[in-house]
Ligand binder design. Structure first.
Ligand code: ADP
Ligand code: ADP
Length: 221
């Protein structure tokens, strides 16, 4: 699904991504772990075309990333952030449904999908609250529902549990795991090793812009 060969990205004469090779298969549930500054966010931003000016080869669903329109990439790949990035002046319902209007779905489709997702992430009854009136864990569940609205194939989560306590962190990862079991490919960036060890997953460890270890179902660290 995502195929990366010999990827390089240079900032200020430094290779922040350094001959990186990586393959993500359809249906994978992957943790991308590595120290701060190891290039994880840069890699995600390259995949969503927020960062350009790299060299190497990247294909998504066998299409050259450089030849896929940004609009199409963002429909295929949805992102969840550490800081939730919700619109503060919009309700839970509006934050989730907004992405449907952007892609021109009918109001009825948007309403049905929003209602379904609100139930799925466990926010029934909180539709009309504003982000400031719900907990951090609930805000991240809004972000997960929003990311799912247009049925992406891939979810990239950049430290999605970084602002959550342990209980809410596990809740979010369990939710992402459930979505994965329903067919969404999930890549989670995290520096939380305890979390990584708690879920069976493919684990990719980045160090100095390279993949150091890539293992299935167990950790060698
Ligand atoms: P991580 O997500 O693993 O913490 P990043 O991808 O954010 O790592 O950063 C990798 C390295 O690239 C860091 O040294 C960071 O300072 C640098 N970097 C990231 N973005 C930029 C940028 N826009 N300009 C210059 N350097 C950057
Ligand atoms: P993230 O961890 O999501 O990359 P940051 O707070 O590290 O977010 O970076 C915020 C912005 O600053 C991003 O656009 C990133 O590319 C840029 N940036 C990060 N590190 C550097 C750096 N060393 N020099 C210049 N820009 C940077």
């Amino acid at each position: 699904m995502i195929f990366i060969r010999n990827l390089n990205k240079i900032y200020n004469n430094t290779n922040v991504i350094n001959n990186l090779d990586l393959q993500i298969e359809k249906g994978d549930f992957v943790f991308l772990h590595g120290k701060s500054g190891s290039g994880k966010s840069t890699l995600l931003k390259i995949l969503t075309k927020e960062v350009r000016g790299w060299s190497g080869k990247i294909t998504v669903d066998s299409q050259d990333l450089n030849k896929v329109a940004t609009y199409n990439i963002r429909r295929k790949i949805s992102v969840i952030y550490q800081s939730f990035e919700l619109l503060q002046e919009k309700t839970v319902y509006e934050n989730i449904s907004l992405a449907g209007h952007v892609v021109g779905k009918t109001n009825k489709d948007i309403h049905n999908r929003t209602t379904l997702l609100i139930e799925k992430v466990g926010l029934k009854g909180k539709e009309n609250l504003y982000p400031k009136n719900i907990s951090g864990g609930e805000q991240q569940r809004v972000a997960v529902a929003r990311a799912l609205l247009n049925k992406p194939e891939i979810i990239l989560a950049d430290e999605p549990t970084g602002n959550l306590d342990t209980e809410n962190a596990y809740h979010i990862i369990r939710l992402l795991k459930q979505l994965n079991e329903e067919g969404v490919t999930v890549l989670i960036v995290t520096h939380d090793l305890e979390l990584v060890k708690s879920f069976p997953a493919k684990i990719i460890i980045m160090s100095e812009g390279k993949v150091k270890i890539s293992e299935n179902d167990h950790l060698l660290i």
